[in-house]
Design a protein around this ligand. Structure first.
Ligand SMILES: [Zn+2]
Length: 191
């Protein structure tokens, strides 16, 4: 935070901003600084990345109910067929951190497996992602949306189980062998 405190000082002295606007500006800059610090806390450290791979099978349909049937058919093509279709999903979850001095683990992979089974697999495997999964209600189940939701679903439990200071680094989801999406918030400003 110290490295960016100059922004905060200058924000207080932008003369044309009224008090409310100044406060909002300072809040905005504070959030901006915090995001950079969070990212750097992972990026600039030497860390170990530990990954667990899991599988599940599920049905879905890409459909935006706010749009017309024609728009959906043209946009999603086969993925919009009314009677669903399935995928053999492969998910890779990566945790970044340093090994705990007592165990040598960034995270006990058995514990990570249990979290993934409880929070994702039990809810999604052999299910319809549009209809059956509580944390996906109202979400178009594209691979992109799924990685974000899966990340949010497991982040707290994973980071509690991992060594001190470790972070859930990324969730990668393969819909097919060739098509996958990855959600990695710490890298999000790098593209
Ligand atoms: Zn599909």
């Amino acid at each position: 935070m110290l490295r960016y405190s100059g922004y905060l000082r200058s924000a207080r002295w932008v003369p044309e901003l009224k008090v409310n606007a100044q406060t909002q500006f300072i809040r905005y800059i504070s959030r901006f600084c915090k995001r950079i610090e969070q990212k750097n806390s992972i990026k600039n450290k030497s860390v170990v990345y530990v990954t667990r791979k899991v599988h599940f099978n599920a049905a879905h349909r890409l459909h935006n109910p706010a749009k017309s049937d024609q728009w959906n058919a043209e946009t999603f093509d086969k993925c919009n067929y009314a009677n669903w279709h399935g995928h053999n999903y492969v998910m890779e979850v990566t945790v970044a951190g340093m090994p705990d001095p007592d165990t040598g683990y960034v995270i006990d992979l058995g514990k990570l497996k249990n979290i993934l089974e409880e929070k994702i697999i039990d809810k999604c495997d052999h299910r319809n992602l549009n209809m059956d999964v509580d944390f996906l209600k109202g979400v178009i189940p594209s691979t992109e949306n799924l990685v974000i939701k899966f990340f949010e679903q497991i982040q707290e439990d994973v980071e509690r189980a991992a060594s001190k200071g470790s972070k859930l680094f990324s969730v990668r989801l393969f819909e097919t062998e060739r098509n996958f999406a990855e959600y990695c918030p710490y890298m999000s400003t790098n593209y």
